[in-house]
Write a protein that binds this ligand. Structure first.
Ligand code: ZN
Length: 262
């Protein structure tokens, strides 16, 4: 049986850490890849420049704007390929944002005015370009849903995992050396024996240090549990990302099952 335990949750910082138990490396990696490549988010795909007398070319500004994370509403919008307009573009698969700033000023992501209040820059303070007196940037941008598989601008966040480790140590000659070489509190000596603080141990990668300092007498052994850390880029919450990733994985398996039965 697979189970999931939350280790840390910081919704304000768009971060979460959880432990996956009862799975294997193949499943853990499939989940990681589903998050990076399958979860759709909104990003700017097309820009119509009406006026650009800034120092940056249209292409550079377009590239920068494509990378601005936009808050995403997965309920209202369809992927262009799955939309009833068959990818031609309509209100169900596109969000329009306009920008019009005259210098002297710094153009920020917050200057993008969205027609849909649910689709807006996740970090308003991101600078786009500096304008001098008399310079002007005016444009209309079109945002669509896409996935990290198409372009990394649509990736919903950064995710990685490692195996949970447990301490294996016999009677060490110098257990104090390990305590001193590692971050405070991770290891302690209790009744002459080296012990590890399980919760703190999850935060660090100390296998090499422990082995080196103890000349191989102590080591951290990998278990079958996986510690995942996910940081959202701001388009979706961490929970939404994980839910969508699981949904996509399930859909792929169902599709595969259908193909086998044919
Ligand atoms: Zn459409």
């Amino acid at each position: 049986m697979i189970s999931v335990e939350t280790i840390e949750s910081e919704p304000k910082n768009n971060k979460i850490a959880f432990m996956l138990k009862g799975a294997n490396a193949a499943f853990a990696n499939a989940l990681r890849r589903a998050v990076l490549e399958e979860v759709p988010t909104m990003a700017i795909e097309d820009i119509e420049f009406r006026k650009n007398s800034s120092v940056l070319y249209d292409e550079i500004i377009a590239h920068r704007m494509g990378l601005i994370p936009l808050t995403t509403d997965l309920e209202t919008y369809n992927m262009p390929s799955e939309c009833k307009c068959k990818g031609e573009g309509c209100a169900s698969c596109q969000a329009k944002l306009t920008l019009d700033v005259e210098g002297p000023a710094t153009v920020y992501a917050s200057d993008l005015k969205s027609k849909d209040p649910k689709i807006k820059p996740a970090f308003p303070g991101m600078p786009i370009v500096k304008l001098l007196k008399g310079q002007r940037l005016e444009l209309e941008a079109t945002a669509i849903l896409g996935t990290g598989k198409q372009h990394s601008k649509w990736a919903p966040g950064h995710i990685y995992y490692k195996q949970r480790e447990i301490l294996k140590a016999g009677n060490l000659k110098n257990p104090d050396a390990i305590v001193k070489a590692c971050p405070e509190g991770v290891f302690e000596i209790k009744a002459g024996k080296l012990t590890a603080n399980e919760t703190l141990l999850l935060k660090y990668d100390l296998a090499g240090t422990v082995e080196d300092v103890s000349n191989g007498e102590a080591r951290l052994e990998a278990t079958g549990d996986y510690i995942f850390r996910l940081e959202s880029f701001g388009q979706l919450s961490c929970t939404e990302i994980m839910e969508k990733a699981a949904e996509r994985l399930e859909a792929q398996f169902n599709e595969f099952e259908k193909l086998i039965k044919q």
